[in-house]
Design a protein around this ligand. Structure first.
Ligand code: CDP
Length: 237
């Protein structure tokens, strides 16, 4: 164990679309003074690249063209002091807002199912966690990215509740959205993520399930913080 990793753990938060993983992960990271990385933002940034480059035609990704372009896609993070969040950048451009649009959500899962895309992003994610002290959320964090993570949480909630939360979030940002379209996107992405061959969404054997359908943000935060503190204390002994 090096000095920089001493007493620090890795917290992996996986789960279904729009169940508030990033929100709570960010709050936990702030409380523990850890880095927070939203791995979904990285897949969304790749999807945005594909949309902008015209690599998605009639809802289908041109795989050959994407593989040829993969070397041109640089994903990085930049700290945004106004939100205290690491914003995702695509080839140096901050695209944190743009990647949240429905067009990106509608295409990201097919792009995230491509093995070469996953290899590229997983290697980068593992590098970010090499000194521990990190909270990362996604679909395969506890199973593939950090199988040795000290704390693994698998989050879920009723699909309609998740769709309502995402709808409220987009309405608050003045985005023109339709509830049924969001619900459809969420359920389709869940099905796609769970059934893909490459790193499908599944609960790691040693992950703890958190169903937050009926929990407030504060309750979820306290629940995860309690689990994290237990692990840190055990790790210190
Ligand atoms: O915010 P939301 O829960 O809707 O999704 P996200 O975390 O932004 O992830 C967007 C999509 O990226 C997911 O539906 C997955 O298809 C993919 N993803 C993945 O495959 N692996 C990850 N570690 C994170 C996201």
């Amino acid at each position: 164990m090096t000095d920089s990793t001493k007493n620090k753990i890795v917290i992996a938060i996986d789960g279904y679309s729009s169940c508030g993983k990033s929100t709570v992960a960010k709050e936990i990271a702030k409380k523990l003074n850890y880095i927070f990385i939203d791995s979904g933002a990285m897949y969304r940034a790749v999807a945005l690249y594909c949309l902008r480059a015209g690599l998605v035609v009639d809802g289908q990704i041109n795989l050959k063209a994407l593989l040829e372009n993969l070397g041109k896609i640089q994903i990085s993070f930049v700290f945004n002091p106004s939100t205290a969040h690491n914003d995702v950048c695509l080839n140096g451009e901050n695209v944190e807002q743009e990647i949240r649009q429905l067009a990106v959500a509608q295409n990201v899962s097919q792009i995230a199912a491509i093995a070469s895309v996953r290899q590229l992003l997983v290697a980068q994610q593992q590098q970010m966690g090499r000194s521990k002290g990190i909270v990362m959320d996604g679909r395969d964090i506890g199973t593939v990215v950090f199988p040795q993570a000290e704390l693994k949480i698998f989050m879920t909630a009723d699909a309609k509740i998740r769709a309502q939360r995402r709808y409220d979030e987009m309405i608050a940002k003045n985005e023109p959205v339709d509830f049924e379209e969001i619900l459809k996107n969420i359920t389709e992405r869940d099905r796609f993520d769970e059934t893909r061959e490459e790193s499908p969404l599944r609960k790691a054997a040693d992950a703890i399930v958190l169903d937050n359908s009926l929990m407030t943000r504060e309750e979820q935060f306290e629940w995860i913080l309690g689990k994290a503190q237990e692990k840190v204390m055990r790790y210190e002994l």
